[in-house]
Ligand binder design. Structure first.
Ligand SMILES: [Zn+2]
Length: 113
């Protein structure tokens, strides 16, 4: 389950951020998940609770929003919003748009003390 290691990454980012900005507790974390990231929100929530135990974000609330994925057509340069990989270009019908964003997990906002 890769959600677990993603949560470990988030914890590391939070700890680094806490040292840099001088906060001691994280109350809430807003995440943005790309539709192509293969992340299960439920697995992410579960992993978050487990991984944050004993850290500065123990018991923090988690808000997961879905972002848009974008892809560019290599044939005509058209940029489209997509929901999955390997869609055909809506403009020139060329197969296999190249995904330019939407497969990432981002920390959008933190509520800290
Ligand atoms: Zn095209």
């Amino acid at each position: 389950m890769h959600e677990m290691s993603l949560c470990e990454n988030i914890r590391e980012i939070l700890e680094k951020q806490a040292r840099a900005d001088g906060f001691a507790r994280v109350n809430k974390v807003w995440l943005e998940v790309g539709p192509l990231s293969c992340i299960e929100p439920e697995a992410l929530r579960f992993g978050f609770d487990v991984v944050m135990r004993g850290s500065l974000a123990e018991g923090a609330a988690l808000d997961i929003a879905s972002s848009h994925a974008t892809a560019r057509c290599l044939a005509c340069g058209h940029v489209a919003t997509v929901q999955r990989r390997y869609e055909a270009c809506p403009d020139c019908k060329a197969p296999g748009l190249q995904v330019t964003s939407g497969d990432e997990l981002k920390i959008k906002k933190l509520e800290v003390v």
